[in-house]
Ligand binder design. Structure first.
Ligand code: C2E
Ligand code: MG
Ligand code: MG
Length: 712
């Protein structure tokens, strides 16, 4: 900038001599382009500045209305963006220095001023002012930017003293930037390690260089002035000047509440089952490893209980996944209440739960827990208006007896669970090495079953029921056999539980019904003595929504009168789905289909349902018939059941009659019908046809009990 571009200069000076001297210097300089306005007091100058623009001010510090620094301040206030040069006396350099602090651009000492230095000084002050204006704008923009970002930003000088806080830092610390300025960092930023609750910023040690090297622990929390805590993450960087020298530090704190909550959520999700909130298999495996390590150290045992819900797939399929899910949640809640806090219950997926009992001294401990778990599951679950009765089966493996690692222990507990299922459900079994062989066998049965229907490998055998009063064959029970291409004839007990588990029972059951009805119709049409065809129905089939209609359709297709069909159900099937049962049994009864309770006395034995359901026949389980010949006392049960049936006007059939003593006893008790090896074992259709034609000749039924390749 040349002096010629300075158009207006205001001289505030009460001494006319000094003023005249300066006016002459301007004139000498030939600065016709520069207008010098002379005013003698501050009040007047302020009025002038309010109305006019000037490029620079020359200010005497000894005015009549204001002196010294106050004069500088008033001049700055009146024209904050105008370059200011102060005029001082020879002996007053310190006042001049103070004036520079207050924003003066330069100073001149009266008596030493000459034209060139005056002009240089003015030019210098104007340049400095322009620069300052630019800097102010940049800094205002920077502060506005810092105030917009959500992270807390604080600056310190080299001693670690706060020089600046942005808005977010003000909010997070509870300190205003102005209050915080000049205080040590540790006063304003109280940061604790969230885990140890120890201070992270030490008041003694907080220089900028030190600040730039620290890293906050991963669980740091910032304590606001009012005590409120915010989870924070940090980044700290040194501030350097143009020469690369550190002059302070920038401290940036991010509110980590959300990220930390998210991390927590993700970790939780990775370790827990979404449906039940139980630990998942990853956590379980870890806990098993811990239990094994503890077992090694302390020579203790641990048990794994593999729990599977009986017939869960069926509930899911018939009542829908939403009900299935709620049932699993209800079960999970109860299981948790059954074990100690130090034990682990996890869901493996589906309807499988695994319980780890750590520090177990006796196998008996696992038995107690199993019983408690089974009882808890068996209590009715009230879900969406359904009263669901479910049972579970448990397999138990013990460390170190049954395995030394998590995988083997789980696998063996699983195998034992299948065994528990196969031997009647709602029970528990300890693992035995022989079970592994059976597990393999089970697998091969399942694979074979899938092809058995298409390949026509199933056959029905028929066992007669004899009416004790007339001695005639009054009916027959269709009993399923699997003619396996390699293994020979397989008994139903070997494969029906497997078929129930894998859902194949529905198609197998439909085949049995169709075959039995067609056969009965053939015999009827052939003019053989009328006999009722009894068919066994599994609980899974019964609970299937299409059950009744399937029976009606098959009856129609075969042309067999409904009255010639009897359906055998077990007590537990009726108890499990009592609402549904009333409806289905009602429909079947109305059509004239006979309803029989199979294996009576072995299930729930709740007699109230006998009144609720339209039942026609009770089949006394063969275990009670066996007692007749073995032990006279227990035959009282048979007597009682027959009496009960008579009372309820139900017909009674005794199953599994093998001896003449049994037969005599039953006859004496006026049992209606009997079925058993004493008369005939189940036989293929052509043989049964002979029996129907000729009638039963008991003495001839010398049995060969080794009919099956796999005995019951
Ligand atoms: P269940 O309905 O109680 O059938 C009676 C079982 O006792 C039959 O065994 C029969 O062979 C056997 N049995 C008959 N008389 C005597 C006897 O005097 N002494 C002895 N020890 N046993 C006798 P099986 O055929 O092995 O059938 C076993 C079970 O398999 C049946 O018990 C039934 O619950 C089930 N089952 C058989 N066929 C079918 C079917 O087509 N569908 C379904 N869902 N289950 C079936
Ligand atoms: Mg039966
Ligand atoms: Mg039976």
């Amino acid at each position: 900038m040349s002096i010629n571009s300075i158009r207006d200069v205001l001289l505030i000076e009460d001494n006319p001599g000094d003023a005249r001297l300066l006016q002459e210097m301007f004139r000498d300089h030939g600065g016709a382009a520069t207008r010098l306005t002379w005013i003698q007091a501050m009040g007047e100058a302020e009025a002038h500045l309010a109305a006019n623009e000037v490029d620079a001010i020359l200010l005497d510090l000894g005015l009549p209305d204001v002196q010294g620094l106050d004069a500088v301040r008033r001049a700055r206030a009146a024209a904050p963006l105008v370059a200011l040069v102060v005029l001082t006396g020879l002996d007053d350099e310190s006042a001049a220095a103070a004036a520079l602090q207050e924003g003066a651009g330069d100073y001149l000492i009266k008596g030493e001023i000459e034209t060139r230095s005056l002009m240089r000084s003015l030019r210098y002050a104007i340049e400095r002012q322009t620069m300052q204006t630019v800097m102010n704008a940049i800094s205002a923009r920077a502060i506005a930017t810092l105030n917009c970002i959500g992270d807390a930003v604080a600056c310190t000088d080299m001693s670690g003293t706060v020089t600046f806080l942005n808005l977010a830092a003000e909010t997070m610390t509870g300190w205003s930037s102005r209050q915080a300025q000049g205080r040590p960092m540790a006063d304003v930023f109280q940061i604790l390690d969230g885990t140890t609750r120890m201070s992270v910023l030490s008041p003694v040690d907080v220089g900028a260089r030190w600040l730039a090297t620290i890293h906050l622990p991963s669980h740091a929390v910032l304590i606001r002035r009012d005590g409120f805590e915010t989870a924070v993450e940090d980044s700290i960087a040194p501030i350097r000047d143009r020469n690369g020298l550190e002059t302070g530090a920038v401290f940036v704190l991010r509110d980590a509440t959300r990220t930390r909550a998210m991390t927590k959520e993700i970790t939780y999700a990775a370790e827990h089952d979404f449906l039940t909130g139980l630990p998942n298999r990853i956590v379980l495996n870890g806990r098993i490893s811990q239990a094994i390590a503890a077992g090694l150290r302390n020579n203790t045992k641990a048990a794994l209980l593999f729990l599977d819900i009986d017939g869960f797939k069926h509930i899911n399929d018939s009542l829908g996944h939403a009900v299935g899910d709620k049932l699993l949640q209800s079960i999970a809640k109860r299981l948790v209440l059954c074990v100690r806090g130090s034990d682990t219950i996890s869901r493996q997926g589906g309807d499988e739960f695994v319980v780890l009992l750590g520090k177990m001294n006796e196998r008996a401990g696992a038995v107690t827990s199993s019983k408690r778990l089974l009882a808890a599951v068996a209590q009715p679950h009230s879900i969406d208006g359904h009263d669901l009765h479910v049972t579970a089966s448990i397999g138990i493996s013990v460390y170190p007896d049954d395995g030394l690692d998590a995988e083997t222990l789980i696998k063996n507990a699983d195998t034992a669970m299948y065994q528990a299922k196969a031997s009647g459900r709602q029970g528990y079994q300890f693992f035995k090495p022989a079970m592994n062989v059976r597990a393999v066998e089970r697998q091969s049965i399942e694979e074979g079953l899938r092809r058995a229907v298409e390949r026509g490998e199933f056959v029905l055998h028929y066992q007669p029921k004899v009416n004790l009063a007339s001695g005639a064959i009054s009916g027959m029970e269709a009993l399923l056999r699997w003619q396996h291409p390699v293994r020979g004839l397989i008994a139903p007990a070997q494969f029906i539980p497997v078929a129930e588990d894998c859902g194949l029972i529905l198609s197998i059951g439909a085949w049995v019904l169709r075959e039995a009805c067609a056969q009965a119709k053939t015999w009827l049409d052939a003019g053989l003595p009328a006999a009722k065809m009894a068919v066994n129905v599994s609980g899974i089939e019964f609970q299937d929504s299409g059950f009744a209609n399937r029976i009606f359709r098959i009856l129609e297709e075969s042309g067999l009168p409904s009255a010639a069909l009897e359906v055998e159900l077990t007590e537990s099937v009726l108890m499990k789905s009592s609402e549904h049962a009333v409806e289905i049994l009602g429909a079947l009864h109305e059509r004239g289909v006979t309803l029989a309770i199979d294996d009576f006395g072995t299930g729930y034995s709740s007699l109230s349902y006998l009144r609720r359901f339209p039942i026609d026949v009770l089949k006394i389980d063969q275990s009670f018939i066996r007692q007749i010949s073995r032990d006279g006392d227990d035959s009282a049960i048979v007597t009682a059941v027959i009496g009960l049936a008579k009372n309820l006007k139900l017909s009674v059939v005794a199953e599994g009659v093998e001896t003449v003593e049994e037969l005599d006893f039953l006859r004496a008790q006026r049992c209606d019908e009997v079925q058993g090896y004493y008369f005939s074992q189940p036989v293929p259709a052509p043989v049964f046809e002979q029996l129907l034609r000729s009638g039963i000749v008991p003495a001839e039924t010398e049995m060969d009990k080794k009919t099956f390749a796999y005995g019951d």
